[in-house]
Design a protein around this ligand. Structure first.
Ligand code: FSO
Ligand code: SF4
Length: 541
C-alpha cells in the first residue's frame, strides 16, 4: 500500500507520482489531509450547485471558502496538516447548514458525507486521486481540478482587492460537482477542460482589472538587485495586497522591504514606486530560497506558494499568511480586512542587513498597456524583419537540473527573436545580457504568471494589426516551462484561445495519461522539448 499519491506538479517522482513522501517536502499525512479537503470541497460544491439550480443565493463567504480550500492544496503552499483539517471541519460545518436548504434527493455521496466518527484518515484513503480507477477519466478529472486550483489562486487575489465575479465561482463549483459524476465520458470531460480554459481567461482578466485599477498599469521599470545597509523584510509570493499593507506598516520604521520570486513584478506598478523603502528585488525563483533566505538575514513573508520547507538556520524568521502554512512558522491572520505585520517588523529590527547576492538592475514592466504604447515600434520592427519571431517562455522555474535547458535555449536563440515572459520562469534568462532590438529588450517581462493574460492580449492585438484570421499565423512560438497548477490554468486558457503547437517542459505532466496526451497532440499539437539545437531548428527554423 502506498503512503500517499500525488502527481500534480512537475516534480512528481519519476515522472509518475510521489508515493512515499512529496519531492516538495509534503508528508503523507499532509497529502491525505489535502485529498480529504478536495473531497469535501467537491461535496459542498455539489450542494451550492444544487442551491443555484433551485434559484437560491450562495453567499460570497461560501464562495470564498471553496476558493481558499482549492488554493490551500496547490503545490508548495500549505504543509500544515492541522490547518488543512481545520478547513475540512469548517467546510463540513458550512455544508451541513446549506444542506438544510436544498433538496437532497439527487445529491452525490460526497455532498452528504459527515465526519461523525472523526476518522479523517480512513476516509482520505478512499477518496484520493486513485479512487478513480479508469486512468483516462482520472487524468481528465485531475487536469480540470488543477486548472480550478490555479483559477482559485487568481480569484483569491482579485477578491483580496475587492473584485469578484459570481459566475466564476458558480463555474468552479459546478465543475467540481461534475468531477463526482461517474456518468461523464472522456469526451464530456475534455469539453469541460476547455471550458475551464475559458473561465481561466475570465479570472485572469478579472485579476488584471483588480491589479491595474488598484495599483495602476505596470510601466517599464529598472529594478535594483543590490542591497542597502538597513535591516529588512523579504516578501515573496503573488499577493500585492499583502505587499501594500507591509509597505504602509514599515514606512518610517527604518526597515527596508525587498521583493523575491513572483513578487518582483510589484516593482513595475506605479502605486508601489512611491515607497522609497521598497529597495528592489532580492534573489531568484523559489527553488533557490533555502540558500537565499539564509543570506537575507531579515524577516521573510510568504504570501503564496512557492514555499520550500524552511531550513532550521532561518525557519524562525519565516512568516506565512493567506493560503500558505508550515508547522511552527508564525502565521499572520487577516482580521477585519487588515493584517498586522508588526511581529515581522519587530523581528527585522533586530536582524543584520541582507548579504549582497548581486548588483545591477533588471528591466521589466511590459504588461499589455505598456506594450500597446510601444505598438508602433514593435510593429515596425516586425515589418522590417528586425524581429523575426517572438518566443513565449512564460511559466514556472523549478528545481530540476534539466531546466538549465531554458537558459541555454534563451542564449541560443537568434538575435532577431524576442522572448515574451511572465511568471518565475523568467529567472532562468532575465539576467542574461541578451541585448535589445532597436530599443526593444530581447526579454519582455509582463509580470507574474497570471500576467500571461497580458501576453495573450498582446498576441490578439498583433493578430488584429496584421489582419490575420488565426492567432497561429503570427510569428509567435510557445516554449512553456511548467511546474504547478497555475501553469495548468494558463495552458488551458491558451488552448481555449486557440493557440496550437505549445511545447511543454521540462517534462510532460505526470497526470496526463497516454490517451489524454494523444488527444492533446492530435487536436492541439502539444509537444514536449528535446535538445536546444533541435528545438531551435524546429521552433525558429
Ligand atoms: Fe512560480 Fe511557484 Fe507564479 Fe507558480 S513561484 S511556480 S506557476 O507558484 O505561480 O510562477
Ligand atoms: Fe510530489 Fe509535486 Fe505532489 Fe509535491 S506537489 S507531492 S512534489 S507531485
Amino acid at each position: 500500500m502506498e503512503n500517499m499519491f500525488c502527481f500534480q506538479c512537475s516534480d512528481a517522482l519519476g515522472g509518475k507520482g510521489c508515493t512515499k513522501a512529496g519531492v516538495c517536502g509534503k508528508k503523507p499525512e499532509v497529502a491525505k489531509a489535502q485529498d480529504l479537503l478536495i473531497y469535501v470541497t467537491k461535496g459542498i460544491s455539489a450542494v451550492t450547485t444544487q442551491l443555484r439550480a433551485e434559484n437560491k443565493v450562495v453567499k460570497p463567504r461560501v464562495n470564498n471558502l471553496v476558493t481558499m480550500n482549492l488554493f490551500t492544496t496547490i503545490t508548495n503552499a500549505n504543509f500544515d496538516r492541522a490547518e488543512i483539517l481545520r478547513r475540512v471541519e469548517q467546510t463540513l460545518k458550512t455544508k451541513a447548514k446549506l444542506l438544510a436548504a436544498v433538496d437532497e434527493k439527487n445529491l452525490p455521496e460526497a455532498a452528504l458525507w459527515t465526519d461523525e466518527q472523526k476518522n479523517f484518515d480512513s476516509k482520505a484513503e478512499v477518496v484520493g486521486i486513485l479512487a478513480t480507477a479508469n486512468e483516462d477519466i482520472r487524468s481528465l478529472r485531475e487536469l480540470i481540478t488543477y486548472g480550478l486550483k490555479g483559477m482559485a489562486a487568481y480569484l483569491y487575489h482579485a477578491n483580496a482587492l475587492g473584485f469578484d465575479d459570481e459566475k466564476i465561482s458558480a463555474f468552479m463549483q459546478s465543475t467540481l460537482a461534475k468531477l463526482l459524476d461517474d456518468s461523464l465520458s472522456g469526451k464530456d470531460l475534455t469539453a469541460l477542460a476547455l471550458e475551464t480554459g475559458k473561465f481561466g481567461v475570465d479570472v485572469m482578466a478579472l485579476l488584471d482589472k483588480a491589479n491595474t485599477e488598484t495599483y495602476g498599469n505596470p510601466e517599464i521599470t529598472k529594478v535594483n538587485l543590490g542591497v542597502r545597509k538597513n535591516p529588512a523584510i523579504l516578501i515573496s509570493g503573488h499577493d500585492l495586497k499583502d505587499l501594500e499593507q507591509l509597505l504602509e506598516q514599515t514606512e518610517g520604521t527604518g526597515v527596508d522591504v525587498y521583493t523575491n520570486g513572483e513578487m518582483l513584478p510589484a516593482n513595475y506598478y506605479p502605486q508601489f514606486k512611491k515607497y522609497s523603502h521598497l529597495v528592489g528585488n532580492y534573489g531568484n525563483a523559489w527553488q533557490l530560497q533555502q540558500t537565499e533566505f539564509e543570506k537575507f538575514n531579515g524577516a521573510i513573508l510568504l504570501t503564496t506558494n512557492c514555499l520550500m520547507p524552511p531550513k532550521k538556520s532561518y525557519a524562525d524568521r519565516v512568516f506565512t499568511t493567506g493560503a500558505v502554512g508550515f508547522p511552527n512558522c508564525k502565521h499572520i491572520e487577516e482580521v477585519d480586512g487588515k493584517k498586522d505585520f508588526s511581529p515581522l517588523i519587530e523581528l527585522a529590527k533586530k536582524c543584520p542587513p541582507p548579504v549582497e547576492l548581486e548588483t545591477g538592475e533588471i528591466v521589466g514592466g511590459f504588461a499589455h498597456n505598456q506594450v500597446f504604447a510601444l505598438a508602433d515600434k514593435i510593429i515596425d520592427a516586425v515589418k522590417s524583419g528586425a524581429i523575426k519571431k517572438f518566443v513565449v517562455m512564460a511559466g514556472c522555474d523549478g528545481r530540476a537540473k534539466s531546466r538549465q535547458y531554458y537558459t541555454d535555449f534563451a542564449k541560443a536563440l537568434p538575435k532577431d527573436t524576442v522572448i515574451l515572459t511572465a511568471g518565475c520562469a523568467k529567472f532562468k534568462y532575465i539576467k542574461l545580457p541578451l541585448g535589445d532590438i532597436g530599443g526593444i529588450p530581447r526579454v519582455i517581462d509582463a509580470g507574474q504568471c497570471n500576467d500571461s493574460y497580458s501576453l495573450a492580449l498582446i498576441a490578439l492585438k498583433l493578430k488584429e494589426v496584421f489582419g490575420l484570421d488565426d492567432v497561429n499565423k503570427l510569428p509567435i512560438v510557445y516554449n512553456i516551462p511548467a511546474h504547478e497548477q497555475k501553469a495548468v490554468t494558463v495552458l488551458l486558457a491558451l488552448l481555449y484561445l486557440g493557440v496550437k503547437n505549445i511545447h511543454l517542459g521540462p517534462v510532460l505532466p505526470a497526470f496526463l495519461s497516454p490517451n489524454v496526451t494523444k488527444v492533446l497532440v492530435e487536436n492541439f499539437g502539444i509537444g514536449g522539448i528535446s535538445t536546444v539545437e533541435k528545438d531551435i531548428k524546429l521552433m525558429i527554423g
